[in-house]
Ligand binder design. Sequence first.
Ligand code: EPZ
Length: 432
Amino acid sequence: MRGFIIKGGTPLAGEVIIDGAKNAALGILAGSLLTDDDVIIENIPDVSDINLMIKAIGNTGARVDRLDAHSVKINCSTIETYALDNDDIGKMRGSYYFIGALLGKYKQASVAFPGGCDIGSRPIDQHIKGFEALGANIKVESGIIEASTKELKGNHIYLDSPSVGATINIMLAAVLAKGQTIIENPAKEPHIVDVANFLNSMGGNVKGAGTDVIRIKGAERLHGSTYSIIPDQIEAGTYMIAAAATRGDVVIKNIIPKHLEAISAKLVEIGAEIEESDDSIRVVATKRLSHTNVKTLPYPGFPTDMQPQISTLLALSEGTSIVTETIFDNRFKFVDELARMGAHVKVEGNSAIIEGVDRLSNARIYAPDLRAGAALVIAGLATEGITTVQQIEYIERGYERFDEKLRGLGAAIAIVNVDDSNEVEKFKLRIV
Ligand code: EPZ
């Protein structure tokens, strides 16, 4: 089976360049369905979730021209179907944005229920609440979400929880609705702002994204746009933690430091050194770091998508830490894999009590989901000797050229068939 093979124990050093934000690109790609004009989207990450999304847009009959690994030109005037219900759609989370976009533009959609990482129950009741408030009829049957209406009319929508997906989906549906839509208690993540900026670049009227109230004035139509995606805050944060866990010295480039404030603050709190500049951040850790407590919260709080990574770092830090996961109800599955490497972590309810150890031991481990998989690679990088991480398809959903970028920082990591002893031996010979 394909996996990462890692010879850990080397501090990461050098520079790494961050790609575009996956969770912004998913909403923005779906948003390209809202116009009949050409849309060019730049700085998209070349990762499997994005490539699946682009393929799904092509399957509707839209014209899709992949200009290069990081940019695509889309024209949806030739769409032949409003039904996206094949297996690919059910594999990823971001496919639910097709409902908002198709409903917004064509007043109908038939989309397979979304998949995504198995990190707990992931209902879409808030999305449906938003669509129904705009006048859509929603039917969920045999894994398909059917949405339709004669007309979408703006409304005042109060989200029960600041859902990222629901906030983006309601913006996609409301941007062409008649009248004004107000979204109270929206998510405020950087990718919400990016989607709103994209819609405004097409002639939309979306105000207040990133604040507690979003106001949308329905436009008659949207025109084409050329838009560049913001850098990925979670990819950047992952490399920050990797630098700290390996006691390295890494400059993470092409980032927006403000988006990383919660992560930087935690790293400083436990003894890492952080140097910020306009579009880069340097992380240095020369000694063993200390314990702290972390609670994941909606932005600008500590991101849930960074929870496995900081938990792994704290498993190697001095003292006992408590990490509380308030967003998802099953996001500690990776703890079992860490325990196989000798970590002392006890999960009680939605908290992990982490007793730091000064070193982990090598093991053959399995990525349970995207962010946990990246965290387990960090564990391998911080551990002397050979560690293998399998099920790396999860990691490839959201990290572009993860092994290549880590090798650029001095890591000994490669993709091999971990069951092929010749490939494993060749790797060991190559790195001695
Ligand atoms: C998005 O998922 C991201 N995925 C997730 O990133 C991220 O962890 C999450 O936002 C939170 O930041 C994409 O953008 C594709 P939510 P989403 O709606 O939209 C509950 C990654 O690693 N909820 O903010 O599914 C839900 O169950 C992925 O890139 C409802 O109850 O997140 C969860 O407990 C993993 N009803 C919480 O809210 C709803 O209608 C947050 O969900 C919607 C959500």
